[in-house]
Design a protein around this ligand. Structure first.
Ligand code: F6P
Length: 397
């Protein structure tokens, strides 16, 4: 935490990482409360951390945020650029000090960063370089550590559930298997939540490496009970037991990430997590796979294998960015308004180097060091897993 008492007369706000429904609702809440309740000036920064480095900003006031509560995306734009490793023309450069200096020149006392896991790490790096930051947890993946929930998740959950409902009617009519791939990065929250809510017959998540023969056996069992269709919800990060074992063997052979050595990024150093609570160190940022276009997409491969094993015709639906599009649900609008207004209040009290986390009914600041570098995955004793098993959903175990 910073030693000097911060007097926030002017704040900056940016949205970074993948967009999600609710970002505008949060921008509106921070802006309106900061101006009306605490007399602050608010500056919007375009396109995430890149906008700060390139000095692209806009004044935010009540007219600027009027009418955006219900609108998806972000009026400020977003990017996945990191200040410490930014593509500048044909070079990758550390632009951290430029970002900090630009904020100072703009008169920004604290910067509010709306983002997921990567953004929390980048925000902490800026804090350590001398810029006060306060963050809000945003992501459809719901994998930000130390918060009960992130905004954007409820909307994506609603969209994915509705899609699974729709897949049910067509799967039933044709007696087909439908494999539905949902996002979620390395966490299974979205697949598990939407799978349970949509009554999926099997749900495969990264936290539980799956055994394909168990999934096939479950589908046979359904058929023995007269059910000739099945919906299999698979998280984009799900892996079979065989793949997990192969990756572990490769790690053993080639080093930590199982790939050929690459230059280490100091921000990517893993710290110990708390797997009991579902808090695990974030993995290294993924290198873009070479030959990605010739690989068979995971959900397609799964559908092909299940079709072969069960003799039932299979189809694939990948929900993709539909899950991040459109306006936020009522629950997300409410959450963003609670988080955003609480952020403004905390800024008025001079709180920095913290993320505003959802803890039960309350929104509380938690130290950024406890968030940055960690992922919240589904813990093995989570009640959603127990509930799924009790309604006879196959988890591939
Ligand atoms: O983190 C949100 C998310 O939608 C993940 O679920 C997904 O893996 C990723 O972003 C997709 O990123 P992009 O929009 O850059 O393709």
């Amino acid at each position: 935490m910073p030693k000097k008492k911060i007097r926030n007369r002017c704040i900056g706000i940016l949205t970074a990482g993948g967009d999600c429904p609710g970002l505008n609702a949060a921008i509106r809440a921070v802006t309106k409360a900061a101006i009306a309740s605490y007399g602050m000036k608010v500056i919007g920064v375009y396109d995430g951390f890149r906008g700060l480095v390139e000095n692209r900003t806009t004044a935010l006031d009540n007219p600027a945020v009027s009418g955006i509560l219900t609108v998806g995306g972000t009026i400020l734009g977003t990017s996945r650029d990191k200040p410490h490793k930014m593509q500048m023309g044909d070079r990758v450069m550390d632009m951290t000090s430029t970002a900090v200096e630009n904020a100072a020149k703009l008169g920004i006392d604290s910067l509010v960063c709306l983002g997921g896991g990567g953004t929390q790490k980048n925000a902490l790096a800026l804090q350590e370089a001398g810029l006060n930051v306060l963050t809000l947890p945003k992501t459809i993946d719901n994998d930000v550590a130390e918060t009960d929930i992130s905004f954007g998740f409820d909307t994506a959950l609603t969209i994915a559930t509705e899609a699974i409902d729709r897949l049910h009617t067509t799967a039933t009519s044709h007696n087909r298997l439908i494999v539905c791939e949902v996002m979620g990065h390395n966490a299974g929250w979205l697949a598990l939540g939407a799978g349970i809510a949509g009554g999926a017959d099997a749900i495969l998540i990264p936290e539980i490496p799956y055994d394909l023969s168990m999934v096939a056996e479950h589908l046979f069992e359904r058929r023995r009970h007269g059910k000739r269709f099945s919906i299999i919800v698979v998280a984009e990060g799900a892996r079979s037991k065989a793949e997990v074992e192969a990756a572990a063997a490769a790690r053993e052979k080639n080093g930590k990430d199982g790939k050929k050595k690459r230059k280490k990024d100091p921000q990517e150093e893993p710290r110990p997590g708390d797997p009991e609570r579902g808090v695990v160190p974030m993995g290294p940022a993924e290198e873009p796979p070479v030959f990605q276009l010739v690989q068979e997409p995971m959900a397609s491969r799964l559908a092909r294998q299940l079709q072969q094993l069960t003799g039932t015709e299979a189809r694939v639906t990948s929900l993709g960015h539909v899950q991040r599009g459109g306006g936020p649900t009522a629950a997300d609008r409410l959450l963003c308004t609670r988080l955003g207004t609480r952020a403004a209040q905390l800024l008025s009290e001079g709180v920095a180097s913290a993320m505003v986390a959802v803890r039960g009914d309350r929104c509380e600041p938690v130290p950024l060091e406890d968030v940055a570098g960690f992922n919240k995955v589904v813990p093995s004793d989570h009640p959603w897993l127990a509930a799924a098993r009790q309604v006879e959903t196959c988890l591939g175990e």
